[in-house]
Design a protein around this ligand. Structure first.
Ligand SMILES: [Zn+2]
Ligand SMILES: [Zn+2]
Length: 456
């Protein structure tokens, strides 16, 4: 039997629920010991580790007081004529799982408490799901985005002495194609009704349709215009930015993926401008998946272009907005956002389970890079804390366990949920999925994290 001390939560009544009996189980440990003596207080209490406890480096301890056991006060005060009260105040280190017992010493005699006290951390989350479009549309989900992986997430974090509790009802946000991430954040935060009660220890777990990113490309290449041709069909390597951001499509039903005024045919010194409206998706275009993805473009030739370019090789000059990439999820501003769709098809539930733990890992401070108040940077850490992608194409602070760097790619089988992609390639060219668990380097760090002021 151990007593649990929830070291990351403050002594506030709002956290006294669901297995937490009183504020004395929260935050620091306050002890009052009464000594029957007429002497000034000579008793003293202390917390003593039971078995092995997590250790922190000198840099970590100097940087963050929560990384060491603090004995905050020791006061004796008289209680009436005969008795003395000793009051101590201990803050256990931030790590979960460590056990301590209390010893009380007086006149060289030590009495210890029977039941060890074990350090635990608790965080809260509320689930928000995206609804389908109010009116069914092609290439769009027909049901609310499914929330999966909550049990896996809770079980994985529990192994590192972090108890996750779902609070509030399931929130919902209106459908959006999701490309405008700040909107998704704000919606999920608004819909997260449990936040005021449990802030700042509550994050939103939002299941949304997709998180695509756009890029723009300039083209300048030679095309053959056959005599009598009225249009030109082209297929691009990347899907055009259509159906990926409803706002963009709405602004220009023919596709805001054509950068306005950019398309022209060039024959020597003569330019033949093609109006935006004349650049369309190929009719009945094949889609890459159930949720769309169109690479085929038809450019109608103006009468001037038909006359001037017929039977010639001319330059086609234009600028198009394309899909750059989809991401599986992201974590920021107190929300972990999971995308159900990548590459125009639903992701498998197992992939989403893996991504939840990855994004939650980011939210709680993985992988530390030795920044102020953080744990030291492990040797497997790579990447940065900005939204910019690193040389491997990953955005965030990640773990390379199981992999070797080849400069701009990683080779090997990912050994950690904090790898910067959902999978990698082995030297033999096999694809290898990243696991849904923390590696041997990251697990002790998750156990040692300071969760007293979540960084979201
Ligand atoms: Zn990441
Ligand atoms: Zn790792």
């Amino acid at each position: 039997m151990t007593l649990k001390q929830w070291v990351n939560l403050p002594k506030q009544d709002r956290f006294v629920e669901d297995g937490i009996g009183s504020t004395s189980e929260l935050g620091n440990i306050q002890i009052e010991v009464e000594f029957g003596t007429e002497e000034p207080a000579v008793g003293k209490s202390r917390m003593v580790p039971v078995g092995n406890v997590q250790s922190y480096t000198a840099r970590e301890k100097a940087d963050n007081g929560n990384f060491e056991l603090r004995d905050n006060s020791w006061v004796g005060k008289p209680l009436g004529q005969k008795n003395w009260m000793s009051m101590d105040d201990f803050q256990l280190p931030a790590a979960g799982g460590d056990q301590y017992k209390m010893e009380i010493e007086r006149d060289g005699k030590v009495v210890s408490t029977g039941e060890p006290i074990q350090a635990w951390r608790r965080l809260y989350y509320q689930v928000v799901v995206m609804w389908p479009p109010a009116v069914p549309e092609p290439n769009r989900p027909r049901a609310a985005i499914k929330a999966v992986g909550l049990g896996t997430m809770e079980g994985t974090l529990l192994k590192s002495f972090i108890e996750l509790k779902e609070r509030g009802g399931r929130g919902g946000v209106p459908f959006s194609s999701g490309s405008y991430w700040p909107d998704v954040y704000h919606q999920t935060v608004r819909e997260c009704g449990a936040r005021p009660t449990f802030a700042p220890y509550l994050f939103t777990l939002a299941f949304v349709h997709a998180l695509p990113k756009a890029t723009e490309t300039s083209y300048d290449f030679v095309v053959a215009i056959y005599p009598g041709a009225t249009y030109l069909d082209l297929t691009f390597p990347n899907p055009v930015w259509y159906g990926l951001d409803d706002g963009d499509d709405f602004r220009s039903p023919n596709g805001s993926w054509v950068c306005s005024g950019s398309c022209k045919l060039v024959d020597g010194a003569t330019d033949y401008a093609i109006p935006d409206d004349w650049v369309r998706l190929a009719p009945a275009p094949p889609a890459l998946g159930p949720y769309g993805g169109f690479k085929g473009v038809r450019i109608y030739l103006t009468p001037e272009a038909q006359r001037g370019c017929a039977g010639k090789n001319v330059r086609l000059v234009m600028r198009l907005k394309h899909l750059d990439y989809f991401i599986n999820g992201c974590a920021a501003n107190g929300a972990c956002i999971l995308a159900r769709m990548v590459n125009f098809a639903d992701r498998a539930d197992d992939g989403i389970r893996q991504t939840i733990i990855h994004e939650l890992g980011h939210a709680i401070g993985m992988v530390p890079a030795g920044m102020p108040r953080q744990l030291d940077r492990p040797g497997t850490q790579y990447g940065n804390y900005t939204a910019e992608r690193d040389q491997y194409g990953h955005a965030g602070s990640h773990c390379s366990t199981g992999l070797s760097s080849m400069g701009t790619t990683w080779v090997g089988a990912p050994g950690c949920v904090m790898f910067g992609a959902s999978g990698g390639w082995t030297a033999e060219g096999r694809s290898a999925q990243a696991p849904a668990s923390f590696c041997g380097t990251c697990t002790p760090l998750v156990i040692k994290l300071d969760l007293s002021s979540p960084g979201w």
